[in-house]
Design a protein around this ligand. Sequence first.
Ligand SMILES: [Zn+2]
Length: 415
Amino acid sequence: MVGSPNDVPDRILRNGRLADGRHVDVHVSAGTVVDVSPTGTGDGHPDVPTTDLAGWLLVGAPAEPHAHLDKALTAEQVPNPAGDLMGAIRAWMAEAEAGTFTHDDVVGRATTALEMLLVRGVTAVRTHVNVGAGEDFLRGVREARQRMADLMDVQIVALTSNPITGSEGRANREALATALEIGVDLVGGCPHLDPDGTTLMVDAFAAATDAGIGLDLHVDEMLDPDVLFLRDLARMTLEKGFGNGVTASHCVTLGLQAPDVRDAVAREVAEAGIGVVALPQTNLFLQGRDHPVATPRGLTAVAALVDAGATVCAGADNVQDPFNLVGRSDPLETAALMVMAGHRLPDEAFSMVGEHARACMDLPPAGPTVGAVADLLAIDAPSIRGAVADAPMSRRVFRGGELVASVDQEARIHR
Ligand SMILES: [Zn+2]
């Protein structure tokens, strides 16, 4: 067990290799990096315990800005024959209403999903939890978070069911109120799936304002270019002067707009300070199934958003559930998809699962830099590009400078 970062003694992580090739010793005090010196040249600190990193690549620990811990690892329990978003939602809600998922089942799967992330280097996770299918999912994910509290930070978004507006939406509005009473960190929702998405967003801002928390909405997770709630979200954020943080996840239809509209909306998103989460795994799996020719990838307009100055990060979204049958909870898998499907260079793709993900989650920077949080990943890789390409599993994960997970990969060729 590890105490809170302020309780732990100083530590020096020796002989890590920075992305620029320099070998360094990193001195951590009270969970923060206080010195980075060329290996062997530090001021000695003979009393400070050291951990040898053996020259492995040393980077800031990745973060996962968009998970669904309540749904993770149900691919066998919840078949989705249609393979698309509505098929997945219908399949999930039917099993939830049938009582397939017990409290212990939710706690166990959510804990396993967090452990999968942690051993791959992730020390901060934002998860959406479906609050329209009963309290057990939120209570179960909260219990899993408590189990992992000494190891990683977990933020919970109340993902509401639709409709949540109008007379039909009463039960789902009550479910959100209950979730806010139980305790969540952000208000979520899906305006593109509601009969009145604009009212959904107005109500979501009001609920988040009342609770003093931020917003993280699934926005425009579809291929209809006439749907563009992202623009309304940007304008509402500015008009309301909302200061608790707004995140827009998916933003698929921005990628379908004419260049002038796309660029104008991207500028509004940047001006509003909205963090955008690109989610290649689930978009590639769910979107485009009714476009058998020139099948669209379903990713948001990453380049336009970056060029406009918006903060763009990337997440792994669903892991082995009806929304995505595969996925291995590895930010390096997500970064690789941002290279292959999102056309970013490897270093930038890695920053989208690292520093940009933490920024979207409103967390301070982490990394081998003086003043940064000492959440670090050491990985046996030749470079960031090599790490993204090969995703080697020889890794050491540090939270506040303390070792919280280690994996060693061994391969043999028998001639
Ligand atoms: Zn999602």
